[in-house]
Ligand binder design. Structure first.
Ligand code: HEC
Length: 133
C-alpha cells in the first residue's frame, strides 16, 4: 500500500479512497455472507419428515437403551422395543425428562442435555402421532 501511495500524486488520493471504500464494502458484504452461511449451517434444524426409524430409534439406542433395556429396565422402563417407548411418550414422561422439566427426572442422567434440534424433531414426531414409521 505504501508503494502504491508513493507512486501516485495527491490528486489521485480521492480516487484511491473510492477504491478503498469499494474494496472495504465488498469485503464487508462478502464476510457477512460467509458468516450468514455459517450460522445457517449451525442452526439448520430439519423437523420435516421426521420418522421413528431414521430419527427417534437411533437417538434412543445411543442415549437411553444402555439403562432402559429388558435386562436393566431402569425405573421400570424398557426402550428395547417400540411399545416401551410409546408408553412414556403417551404419559409425557419421555419429553418431560429429556427437556429437564421440573416434575421429571432429567434424562439421560449426568450427561449433557439433548440438543434443541433433536428435541424439536422428537416434538414434531409426537405432534404427528408418534407412529412407528
Ligand atoms: C445412565 C443410565 C440412564 C440413561 C442413559 C437414561 N436413563 Fe432414564 N432413567 C434411569 C434411571 C436409573 C431411572 C429411574 C430413576 C429416576 O427416575 O431417576 C430412569 C427413569 C427414566 C424415566 C422416568 C422419569 C420420571 O420422572 O418418571 C424416563 C421417562 C426416562 N428415564 C427416560 C430416559 C430417556 C428418554 C433416556 C435417553 C434420552 C434415558 N432415560 C437415559 C437411568 C438412565
Amino acid at each position: 500500500m505504501q508503494q502504491f501511495l508513493n507512486k501516485h500524486s495527491f490528486a489521485n488520493l480521492s480516487m484511491l479512497n473510492k477504491y478503498h471504500q469499494i474494496i472495504l464494502l465488498s469485503l464487508f458484504i462478502l464476510s457477512s455472507c460467509i458468516s450468514n452461511n455459517e450460522e445457517e449451517l449451525y442452526t439448520d434444524c430439519d423437523t420435516n419428515n421426521v420418522t421413528y426409524s431414521s430419527h427417534i430409534k437411533p437417538y434412543i439406542e445411543n442415549s437411553c437403551v444402555s439403562c432402559h433395556n429388558t435386562n436393566l429396565p431402569s425405573g421400570g422402563i424398557d426402550y428395547s422395543n417400540f411399545e416401551g417407548i410409546k408408553k412414556t411418550i403417551d404419559d409425557g414422561s419421555f419429553l418431560g425428562s429429556i427437556k429437564h422439566s421440573s416434575s421429571y427426572s432429567a434424562m439421560p442422567p449426568s450427561s449433557p442435555m439433548t440438543d434443541d434440534c433433536k428435541i424439536s424433531q422428537i416434538q414434531a414426531w409426537i405432534d404427528q402421532g408418534a407412529e412407528k414409521n
